[in-house]
Design a protein around this ligand. Structure first.
Ligand code: RP5
Length: 155
């Protein structure tokens, strides 16, 4: 199983990079693609509908503004979707957040913080780690190091 990272535009790539780096640091297989709900709707449908049969175990979807890709993809697959609202120049990303988070009951999207792509990847890692002891151990180590870093911080 692998993770899919999709984003509404190439302009979202910078914000989505921490997700890519995080998946790589845990050694998770992933694919990444620009898919827009509005500019490439046919591709979005095809991608969402074939995700499970292509071995995708989680979809991380970043988008800004009228950020519909996460929700619409979630409506077309039972593969878990993790939404990342991208900060926007005009409305700061609150627009993206609200567009992603307010899903109707029955079609969940796990919505991260604005620009929270690192946590999106970590959530995917946690999901995959439920059935992968080696990955679970890596997560424990990640958390241990993170805690250690805070405890050792000098201010
Ligand atoms: C959304 O519109 C994208 O996800 C992006 O965050 C935003 C702006 O896209 P561009 O106009 O930069 O392509 O669809």
């Amino acid at each position: 199983m692998k993770v899919a990272i999709i984003m509404g535009s190439t302009s979202d790539l910078e914000v989505m990079k921490p997700a890519i780096e995080t998946l790589e640091s845990f050694g998770l297989e992933y694919e990444k693609k620009v898919i827009s709900a509005h500019r490439t709707p046919d591709l979005m449908c095809e991608y969402a509908k074939s995700a499970r049969s292509r071995g995708i175990g989680a979809i991380i979807a970043g988008a800004g503004g009228a950020a519909h890709v996460a929700g619409v993809v979630a409506g077309m697959t039972t593969v878990p979707v993790i939404g990342v609202p991208i900060q926007t120049k005009t409305l700061g990303g609150l627009d993206s957040l609200l567009a992603i988070v307010q899903m109707p009951a029955g079609i969940p999207v796990a919505t991260m913080a604005i620009n929270g792509s690192k946590n999106a990847a970590l959530l995917a890692v946690e999901m995959f780690a439920l059935t992968d002891e080696t990955l679970a151990a890596k997560l424990e180590e990640f958390r241990r190091k993170q805690t250690q870093k805070v405890l050792e911080a000098e201010i």
